[in-house]
Design a protein around this ligand. Structure first.
Ligand code: ZN
Length: 212
């Protein structure tokens, strides 16, 4: 099973590892810094052994990488893995901005139900099932989230269960939140948060999150 170095060091952009298995264009590696879509956070972009990774897929605790055509890799080959740091860092900032917004919304409206979340490079979004509108709370929500960011709180990310690879994060403000994504070290790193509300359907509320 791939050792997930992106948890112990989410700031690593290059890694020397070895090819653990090959099935056509799909490979696994001994250790990885290349995140695969999970918990709403999109996959990284990058290369393995100089070959572009077209897709990263998490299945159970394994991660399968699909490489571009024409690779000549063999099992046991040492390879260098490189990820697109600009993309990853935006994903980490947007991810944690979304975490803060979600916790604040749940605290304010305990009856609201989260039905989806997605973190892309340009923006994040959280979807709720709710029969009211979040609009009147949005300016205060943005301020509250920004205050937590500006307080430059340390973000603790750790295992709650090593064998099952269950992770959580924690800041002063909230109790432990289960999450297997990659997180920044402190809230200040997020920058400036901007929120937008939309209504993707009846009984649905969406909050879009931007960072700059
Ligand atoms: Zn998270």
């Amino acid at each position: 099973m791939t050792k997930k170095i992106f948890w112990q060091d989410p700031y690593l952009t290059e890694l020397e590892t070895t090819i653990a298995s090959i099935d056509g264009n799909q490979v696994t590696v001994a250790e990885t810094i290349f995140y695969a879509l999970s918990g709403g956070q999109e996959s990284d972009a990058g290369t393995i052994g100089g070959y572009k990774v077209l897709d990263a897929k998490k299945e159970g605790m394994e991660i399968f990488y699909t490489l571009e055509d024409g690779h000549t890799l063999q099992v046991g080959n040492p390879v260098k893995m490189v990820i697109d740091w600009e993309r990853r860092h935006r994903l980490m900032r947007l991810h944690f901005a979304a975490e803060i917004v979600l916790e604040l919304v749940m605290r304010r409206f305990p009856e609201i139900i989260k039905v989806g979340a997605h973190i892309a490079q340009e923006k994040a979004r959280i979807d709720f099932a709710w029969d009211q509108t979040i609009s009147p709370y949005l300016p205060a929500l943005q301020q509250e989230a920004q205050a937590i960011v500006d307080a430059d709180q340390e973000i603790i990310s750790a295992f709650s269960d090593v064998a099952l690879e269950r992770r959580y994060w924690k800041i002063n403000e909230f109790s432990e939140v289960p999450c297997g994504g990659t997180h920044v070290k402190t809230t200040r790193e997020i920058g400036t948060i901007r929120l937008k509300r939309s209504n993707p359907g009846k009984g649905r509320e969406r909050i879009e999150i931007y960072v700059s």
